[in-house]
Design a protein around this ligand. Structure first.
Ligand code: ZN
Length: 197
């Protein structure tokens, strides 16, 4: 295959990159100096060589196990299930969670041909099966695919006798009810919680 065509094809396989953007990026790479282009190629190779999956939670990690799973202060009995490694980073930044994670690497999406076996749900079930987990918090996105995934996980985890919770979705802190969209507001009311005083 012609090297330019191949480069465009490879770039076009990246998520969110259409043919037009792929073409623009390919010509940018060809125009820039060789060191810059090879530095990009080296960064991709280095990341792929050195970063792997944590065998416990499937988060991306440079070592054999990730720092969260290796931390003795983290509560291993509470597992927060997320779609992507970026979600772990976001929740960690909140500082509100002291348990451990399970990264699915995607969400069930029948329209895109992604079934339960394509995301790491079997691994989650196996992990719970070891018997040390008390609660599973499902923190998939509040989207159609996130909801489908959440319901599927709930179905397969329920017989395993652990507490099952879903993160709350609603009005952003500092937000104004008047300007919150209808579905967010509906969910906020549906998933209202008790006030403890
Ligand atoms: Zn881990």
């Amino acid at each position: 295959m012609d090297p330019i065509v191949k480069l465009i094809k490879e770039l076009g396989n990246l998520p969110g990159v259409g043919e037009k953007t792929a073409t623009r990026l390919a010509y940018h790479i060809l125009r820039c100096n060789k060191d810059e282009a090879l530095s990009l190629a080296a960064a991709i190779k280095d990341a792929k060589d050195r970063i792997g999956f944590c065998p416990e939670c499937y988060n991306l990690t440079e070592d054999k196990g990730c720092v969260i799973c290796a931390n003795v202060k983290r509560d291993k009995s509470i597992v927060c299930v997320v779609e992507e490694p970026q979600d772990v980073t976001a929740i960690e930044k909140s500082g509100a969670f002291q348990g451990v994670y399970h990264v699915l690497h995607g969400a069930i999406s029948p329209l895109d041909g992604v079934g339960p076996d394509e995301v790491r749900i079997n691994e989650l079930v196996a992990r719970i099966g070891k018997g040390n987990i008390k609660e599973v918090i499902i923190a998939t996105n509040p989207t159609t695919t996130g909801e489908v995934t959440s319901l599927y996980i709930a179905k397969v985890v329920k017989p395993l006798n652990v507490k099952l919770t879903r993160i709350a979705f609603g009005i952003p802190f500092g937000g104004d009810i008047e300007y919150v969209d209808r579905s967010t507001l509906a969910r906020s009311i549906e998933f209202r919680s008790n006030i403890t005083v």
